[in-house]
Every structure is written in C-alpha cells, then in structure tokens.
Design a protein around this ligand. Structure first.
Ligand SMILES: [Zn+2]
Length: 288
C-alpha cells in the first residue's frame, strides 16, 4: 500500500512541475534587436516592465528589445487564478559592425536646402502612419515569417554604425538584400499596409506593414509598388519590385522591423519558431 501511495505522490508532483513549466514559454534570443514570441496558458495579463502586452485567445504575445537595449527586464504574468509569476530577463550584450559607405551622392548624405520641406512633410506622414501601430489587435504574424526576396545577397547587416562619406550617421536599422532590379518582394508575414509611399526622399517607393500587436516591417527603395495603403496582405503576397529609389546606391531591398518604436533585426524574425498556435483569423479583410 505504502509503495503505491508513494508512486501516486511522485506522479502528482511530476504533473505539477509539468503544468508549471508550461505556463510561460518564450521563443527567441534574449538579446538586443530581437523579437520574442511568448505563450501562456490561462493568463489574463502579461506585462513587460510597465507595459501591458496584447495576448491572443491561444495565449500568444510578443515583445522586442531595441538595438541599444540593455540591463534586466521584468516579465509579469497574472493567471486566471490570480496567481502571478515574475520572470527576470537579463539581456546578453551584442556588438555591431561599423559600415563605411563612400560612394553615396553628397545630396543624399546631407540633403540640399530645397529638399528639407519635402523631407519634413514625409516624416510627418510617416509619424501619422506609425501612430496607428498598436491598434491592430489581430496577430497576423502567427502566419510565420519568410525572407521577402529569393537568391538574395546580404550587403548590409542590422545595427551597424554607418559612416557615409566620412560622416557618422544613425545606425542601420534593417538589412540590405542585394537582388536585381525588378525582383518581386514578398510580404514577410500577413498584415495591413500602414503606408505605401511614393518617391520619398530617403525611402523612395516603400511599404510599411502592420502585423498586429505592435510589430511592423518596412521595405524600401522599390522600383514599383504592388499594394495600396490600407490593403490587407498574406504572408508571401507580392508587395512591390526591387529598385534603387530614394537613398540607395544600387538596386536592393532594405528590410526593417520594429516592435512599436523598438528597432528589431529582421533576421531574428526568420529564426523564430512560431509555437503551435490555434488562432483562427476569421475575417482577414476586416479593418483592424
Ligand atoms: Zn539599408
């Protein structure tokens, strides 16, 4: 009898441990410039420091660490039974390359005075589009991610400190994929086109996609666009064709990603394993 009871006790303990460890799962690398996908069961609230995160019906949430993020972050999960679990995340350090570009047209490094008005107008349009980030509560990113072009050569990595014609500029917030002009560019995941911009001074013809829960990706320097602002896309839909419009020295795709205003390495999206998600997006053409 005693022997059997012992077995039952061990079995119950085992069950408890399994249930507990299944409560918070994180996918991704806990270092600057990375997006993390998390999954919780039976939770009401997930917070990263003071920010409450969106959770979908299957318990999926995301968060990201900026290029320059450092230190320790606190992830707090409050479960349906009011029990809460706190997970401390200590970020690993990350080093970035220094990239020197010397062939850039001087007008694109330091814009001429007559371009300043246009640049100002464009950044206002961009801010307006970006102000909508976070409104989309459908986790379209659960479709997973793909590389937006085929047969690409990576000519610029994320986060590198750029020195254009000898002048230090802001870091490179994306990756440069060298491919021939006219190469079709696919949406890395599903979402809503927040802005399909034409002839911007720096971006050229470009597309910004909202994948939900604050995650966006941006695609710059198109020769030609294939989508319009407000349109919904699925992962793999052609959004435009590679060009060299805006601040570009030759045909390539600049691909960037952000979680809200946090700069994310798009390569980190491709490495993410999307957990067994049961989210059903019933009406992908619906607004919001
Ligand atoms: Zn670039």
């Amino acid at each position: 009898m005693k022997f059997q009871c012992g077995h039952i006790l061990i079995f119950i303990l085992f069950l408890t441990v399994v249930t507990y460890t299944q409560q918070i799962k994180l996918y991704g690398t806990l270092s600057p410039g990375n997006l993390i996908i998390g999954k919780v069961n039976n939770a009401n609230v997930v917070m990263l420091d003071n920010k409450t995160l969106d959770i979908d019906t299957s318990g999926i949430f995301i968060f990201g660490f900026d290029r320059d993020a450092k230190g320790t972050y606190t992830l707090k999960v409050i479960f349906n039974n009011n029990k809460s679990v706190i997970k401390k995340i200590k970020l690993k350090k990350r080093k970035y390359k220094i990239q020197r570009i010397n062939k850039m047209k001087q007008a694109l490094v330091t814009p001429p005075k007559n371009a300043l008005k246009k640049i100002k107008q464009e950044s206002k349009m961009m801010r307006k589009a970006r102000s909508k980030v976070g409104i989309l509560k459908v986790p379209h990113f659960t479709q997973g991610f793909l590389m937006p072009v085929n047969d690409e050569k990576i000519t610029g990595v994320f986060g590198s400190q750029r020195i254009l014609n000898g002048i230090p500029k802001s870091p490179h917030n994306g990756i440069d994929l060298s491919v021939p002009k006219g190469t079709p560019v696919k949406a890395a995941s599903g979402g809503k086109i927040l802005i399909a911009g034409n002839k911007f001074y720096y971006n050229g013809n470009f597309v910004l996609i909202d994948h939900g829960f604050g995650l966006t990706t941006v695609y710059l320097h198109f020769n030609r666009l294939n989508v319009k602002t407000g349109q919904m896309v699925k992962k793999g839909d052609i959004i435009g064709y590679v060009g060299a419009t805006g601040r570009a020295t030759g045909p390539h795709l600049h691909w960037g990603a952000k979680w809200f205003n946090k700069r994310i390495d798009p390569m980190s999206l491709l490495k993410l394993k999307i957990p067994d998600i049961k989210t059903v997006i019933t009406n992908p053409s619906a607004d919001g």
